[in-house]
Design a protein around this ligand. Sequence first.
Ligand code: PLP
Length: 486
Amino acid sequence: MKVTELDERIHVVDANTDYLSVMKTIAESSGQEDPFYVLDIGDIVYKHKQFKQVMPRVYPYYAVKCNDSLMVIEILAALGTGFDCASKAEINKVMSVGVDSNRILFANPAKPSSHIAHAAAVGVDLMTFDGEAELYKVKKLHPTAKMVIRVRCDDENAQCQLGMKFGCDAETEAPRLLKLACTLGLDVVGVSFHVGSGCRNPPVFRRAIKTARGVFDYAKTLGYTMTLLDLGGGYPGDRGTSIQKIADVVNEALNDYFPEDAEVPVHVIAEPGRYYVSSAYTLACNVHSKREIKSPADNSTISHVMYYINDGVYGSFNNILYDHYEPTPILMNENKRGKFYPSSIWGPTCDGLDKVIDSMLLPEIELGEWIYFENMGAYTLAVASPFNGFPVPKVHIIADEKIWLLLKDTLPLTEEHFVFGNTPTNIHLGLDIDGNGRRADVQHVWNMEPIEINLPLALPPITMTCRDTQKSSFDSFIHHVDSMHQ
Ligand code: PLP
């Protein structure tokens, strides 16, 4: 049991309570001033179901860098994903919740030597490379590693470009690297690519899969029989987005270039990051200060209003700088009317760079009012700092009863992972598990009949271990998750 802090526990809410009502309840409670997140676990479970449904041949390895919350890792581990780790610390974190080393891909093509040695020591064998130096290091420190060559294939319109840093050229560099690997006696088991984070051009996946096919074929001439294709990340995860178009392209390209009935079956994996977590997190911020700028010509006319909120670019909104996030503030008081002014929104620190919204028309906001931002789960908390002494926001984790019933009996979570009826700040969430409006008796609730649920066998094909609970059919899982979201 890893998640023991009260604040990190899952708060079970009733069917009429969603992330927005929880957020409002917390914001309206007396004494609440600090910014906070609401994390809806059901959203992550639903995303997993979607991924498996639209790309049944592809096994997701969650990219931990995107959001390394222990709770997220535990939930995904239990749902059966693998993990893409970038460092020794990420490997340790994933393994600390009981994930077997053979469910981990060390997907950083340029690794510090000590991290390679650590991977060898803990049994993480699968790792990517895109240069000669990496091959020499691996030969010395982890000679039995299973290497995956990363090739470059970019969506030039992606939200975040990665190709300028990683990925060798499939035609000019890959052959030389494969020959060197062969000379060194290293085992190269597959090909990976990453089209760029936040892909906006689904057809690029076809080009990348075709490119990978070429590398597989060349490797064969050297005596390698590759069995792993890694589609990387890039899948959108915001509310209202869909991975269907990417899935259509991927499925068709897999059929064309890596058919299921091929003589040598190829295991297909992906490294989704933002897809799993973006929409699951909503951030609430308090307006703690404001300045009205008067028009120089007419000192009584407000030309612009500056609002100051308690999270900014040094905290969660680092994603504006690093992830090209475009924030859309939503007023928590949705009945707000009144005059609109050109407005800007600033973070809490003393740095002029700390600007969240440059300019937009907003109705006048009073001091102490709350605004919130959706799709804040990816590349936010993992990077945030408490610069100037402003704390990184707390995360309140919720799951509705059905998700809770699913989690409690199928995941390696214990009673201590759940809180019934109250948030850490003693706010009643309206939970009415016993049907009488009373706070449910925890023991009684814990002993409630489980809903019957079978988890998908979503393990990476090269993974050998599988918990008993995950050995049953995926169809049944789909059915149950569907019913939760109706
Ligand atoms: N894999 C690798 C190697 C990455 O560098 C990244 C992001 O930078 C990801 C996966 C996750 O990408 P995304 O969040 O776009 O799915």
